[in-house]
Write a protein that binds this ligand. Sequence first.
Ligand SMILES: Nc1ncnc2c1ncn2[C@@H]1O[C@H](COP(=O)(O)OP(=O)(O)OP(=O)(O)O)[C@@H](O)[C@H]1O
Length: 623
Amino acid sequence: MAILSSASSNGRNNRTSRNNSENPLTFKQRLSALRNLPAFFKLVWKTSPPMFIANIVLRVLKAALPVIMLYIGKLIIDEVIVLTQTAGPHELTTLWKLVAAEFGLAFLSDSLSRAVALLDSLLGDLFANQTSIELMEHAATLDLDQFEDSIFYDKLERARQQTIGRTILLSQVLGQVQDLITMAFLGAGLVAFNPWLILLLVIAVVPAFLGEAHFNEKSYSLVHGWTPERRELDYLRYIGASDETAKEVKIFGLSGFLTDRYRILSDKYYKANKELAVKRASWGSVFAAIGSAGYYSAYGFIIWQTVNGMLSVGTLTFLAGSFRQLRSLLEGVLTRFSSVSQGALFLSDLFDFFEIKPRIYTPQKPRPFPRPIKEGFVFENVGFKYLNSEKWANRHLSFTLHAGEKLALVGENGAGKTTLVKLLARLYDPSEGRILLDGYDLREYDLTELRQEIGVIFQDFVKFQMSASSNIAVGRIAEKENKNRIENSAHQSLADTVIEKLPGKYDQILGKRFAKGVELSGGEWQKVALGRAYMRDAQVLILDEPTAALDARAEYEVFQRFAELTHGKTAVLISHRFSTVRMADRILVLDNGELHEIGSHEELLANDGRYAELFRLQARGYQ
Ligand SMILES: Nc1ncnc2c1ncn2[C@@H]1O[C@H](COP(=O)(O)OP(=O)(O)OP(=O)(O)O)[C@@H](O)[C@H]1O
């Protein structure tokens, strides 16, 4: 994480950082970032109103203490001086009362600080949890192609960091308010004696503030511009040391390749950051010297007044103390202003992310999903291009998927089979043409209902590092407690024999990520994932190469059962195995994203086209 929180600017050859170095953020932009604060505090308030109120009340109390303590200090010193100048015996009651009062206040101040720090950290944790949840919820509403866009991903990455990083902002802003109140009290004391001291104070502090503001700006540009590289560093760290990649890293001897790349990137990052840090430290000491000069001028002036009898020694200590505290508070407030506005800028990333709206959504007045589907799906000249891609993944697709029909999709790698089923499930909308369901555009239906009625098991299904039963239940998560249904689904997909052999049976954690997890073979995983299809029980079932990793016997059995599962249902099957494909009512052959031919196994063989050619090719392989 150290490398992530530090920054570097050597990414000048990269698009984002170039933008940033060409357009550094202006002071005005930074000020306008403060507009994020009300929304931020609304979020914090929502996290826990009682804790928020308690935090404010305690801080206001604490803010009044320094000036009271300084004033009591002044009274103590004046009292001591009076006592030392008069002959004894001395009446000490007042003095001891004052000392006791100062002791009490010191104790109170310490307790308040601890209470505030505790509340800050608890509130911060709650805030981080709450925002993480909202982030996940929002991400779930977004489109698949938004996740496939690297600029979106950078934004998501920065937003994710904000959920944790912004808890500091909370104590910074509240601390700021507290310090401003303290300063108002101390300032009132100073002004009462000599208003010119305030002017000296401002002169002493303003250069330091401007310096801080400048360097914070630079640092933000650096961190922002390096987001893609930081993601790459994260990714390298992940593939360099993870259970999923260890096998290939070892076999291909990739460790050196990965660490070299990591080293080059992180070195660049380190150097750029070092350059900035050194500059910042050097200028910081110059500004500190100016600050000290201001302080000592004021101090000299107060001493001179005291020596000339204009002020008492107590007042001297009060004023010197007030001035010293004011200076460090003002410096703190101004410096913090810089990091607060920087924090508020980063906050824009979080709010920007929440502003991203999905393009695929349910219309205002959705059409109820047909139960049962009567006619089926009609593709009308459907074409689709992936985001940032020039190539058509599907083009000129016109065909009907009849209700209750079993359709197999066949085609070479990259022919557009998976894309077609993603369009059917509305993971994407067509770039041209339209898909009708029972006569109406798919876009007119409720998205949630549509997804509920279309079950897809993808070839790259997720191997959830969770229990075996959860891995099946994800097919219809609302039924996660329904043991019967889960076991039944496992039985249908042949996953039951796999699960029975596991030490923890259905409660067994799968995968190696967590303690006591058990890894399955590719085919075993596939049987578990297939269980999701039975769990789903949707009107339309889509299986994208569901049996690729199964042995011949298992595949035969799976399809025997699949025929039962899909009885009376619409099903789409993608497979490279013709033994499977021929079981479908019709077969659609895709070539380069376009419909090449469509018909039953017999019809297509009689046609003697691409299908017949591919079929014979595979059959020959088995002879
Ligand atoms: N997320 C994506 N972004 C950009 N292009 C993509 C994406 N997914 C697929 N493509 C491209 O779209 C084309 C069709 O891909 P698709 O996955 O639909 O093929 P497929 O027929 O399912 O292939 P396979 O048999 O290898 O699974 C390919 O050229 C592929 O490179």
